[in-house]
Design a protein around this ligand. Structure first.
Ligand code: NAP
Length: 437
């Protein structure tokens, strides 16, 4: 049997401790599958005295993860600290510079420095594996990088943040407000004390940036993502979506268009009958549309110790199975130096259907004025519905428009026009509709 593969783990929190536990509990099975033993020989975290709930046996403790990366007797450095700078970036760089394979779950780090790190890994002839960085336990990186060779991707989209999907699912199922659902998500540990990163779409954007690079062979461009979170989604939107046969999801979408690649994260209406609309709660899903395969949808647990550890351990097992001298495949599917510059499609040229909800004064001529603004911008309407707000004597109405395919620029111009006409009593709500099978 080949020599044991020696692992160093930096970060022993939710994911790190789970990885150590799985490697220990599944040791015999992993040895059979990989043809060699996998042994944790070194670990690092901040607090040496904390009980991690797992026997770390003879692993050597390092207070400094960079020292672990550079000096420990290891073959694979596993980074589970998190963050795009600081300790995580320094120790991953140090491990690659030292010619060690790296496994990480750190989407923030890869979204910002992934291409530069991949260049080092490829120059050194080592692996940089990151299955857990996108959609937790769902094997989407492997699928896109290995199983879809020869396919040209047209669009990749998904539910990439469990916190947002949990909130939207409960808002719809129980008629609760956004704020009430967010509080519950925090109480149950699905959302951080500061949930901004999740609910404003940044976490989804990091994962989308990685998927875009894999899908289109472009350099990662996480600063070029159109971003809108879910904090302004109301019960009125959820109810109207339901009545029209849609469900609201926070999607990350990357799509090839004539003018470049769109990367966008925003609340999206998907047909209630579509497969992605059936993805509830904290579950994640990724849909990939290609020329050869058609549409593939993967769904499963996107976070949590065990699910994430499953992906990290899979990455470690791949390294255990690789043989010395074997040429490793490139980190983002193409050699990092050959990744093309990202050509951004402007959001204003985005083409699609739109849901527009307007709260207006209940007076003569308003409806006609709205219809005129739409017609002036060549927007053709699939449906237009109006509701009186409240009972007799209400002075406001809600007007809900669903457009046929049009452009973002046209919708913005039309809605600006309606706003200038002075008919609105509240901020207009605009939600993009996404085609989904
Ligand atoms: N949690 C999930 O469900 C999930 C899912 C997918 C991906 N991820 C990614 O996995 C990574 C880890 O997430 P997590 O949830 O496990 O985080 P976590 O529970 O906060 O754990 C972070 C760990 O890093 C250690 N650490 C922090 N700064 C350090 C430093 N300077 N030197 C050494 N150790 C340091 C902490 O030490 P102490 O314990 O001593 O404080 C802790 O053990 C992140 O990149 C995250 O985005 C997480």
């Amino acid at each position: 049997m080949a020599e044991a593969l020696r692992i160093g783990i930096a970060g022993l929190g939710t994911v790190g401790a789970s990885v150590a536990r799985v490697l220990r509990d599944k040791s015999a099975e992993l040895t059979r599958q990989c043809g060699r033993e996998i042994v944790v020989t070194a670990v690092s975290a901040r607090d040496r005295s904390r009980d991690r709930g797992v026997d770390l046996g003879g692993a050597k403790w390092f207070d400094d993860p960079i020292e672990l990366a550079e000096k420990a007797d290891i073959d694979v450095f596993v980074e589970l600290i998190g963050g795009d700078e600081g300790a995580a970036r320094s120790c991953v760089s140090a491990a690659l510079d030292a010619g060690r394979h790296v496994v990480t779950a750190n989407k923030a780090l890869l979204a910002k420095h992934g291409v530069a790190l991949a260049e080092v890994a490829e120059k050194k002839g080592v692996l940089l594996n990151y299955e857990a960085a996108v959609a937790g336990g769902i094997p989407v990186i492997k699928t896109m990088r290995e199983a879809m060779a020869g396919n040209s991707v047209n669009r990749v989209f998904g539910i990439l943040n469990g916190t947002c999907n949990y909130i939207l699912t409960r808002m719809e199922a129980e008629g609760l407000t956004f704020e009430a659902c967010l509080k519950d998500a925090q109480r149950l540990g699905y959302a951080e004390a500061d949930p901004t990163f999740d609910i404003e779409g940044n976490d989804t954007a990091h994962k989308l940036a990685i998927l875009t690079s894999l899908a289109f062979g472009t350099r990662i461009a996480s600063d070029d993502i159109y971003l809108e979170g879910i904090s302004n989604i109301t019960q009125a939107d959820i109810r109207a979506a339901g009545e029209l046969g849609y469900r609201i999801k926070l999607l990350g979408v990357a799509q090839r268009t004539e003018s470049g690649i769109e990367q966008r994260v925003h609340p999206t209406m998907v047909p209630t009958a579509s497969v992605i609309a059936q993805v509830h709660g904290v579950t994640n899903a990724v849909a990939i549309e290609t020329d050869i395969l058609g549409e593939l949808l993967l769904s499963g647990p996107g976070a949590g110790g065990n699910a994430t550890a499953s992906a990290v351990v899979g990455d470690i097992a791949d390294i255990a199975k690789s043989r010395p001298g074997f040429q490793h495949g490139p980190v983002f599917g193409r050699p990092a130096k050959e990744l093309r510059p990202y050509k951004k499609a402007q959001m204003r040229s985005h083409a699609g259907g739109y849901f527009i909800r307007l709260t207006v004064h209940d007076r003569t001529g308003v409806f006609a004025a709205i219809a005129k603004r739409m017609a002036d911008n060549d927007i053709s309407l699939e449906s237009i519905v109006q509701h009186a707000n409240g009972s007799d004597g209400a002075t406001q109405k809600t007007v809900i428009l669903v457009t046929h395919e049009t452009t973002e620029a046209a919708v913005r111009k039309a809605v600006d026009g309606v706003t200038k006409d002075g008919h609105l009593t509240d901020k207009p709500q605009v939600i993009r509709i996404e085609r989904a099978g």
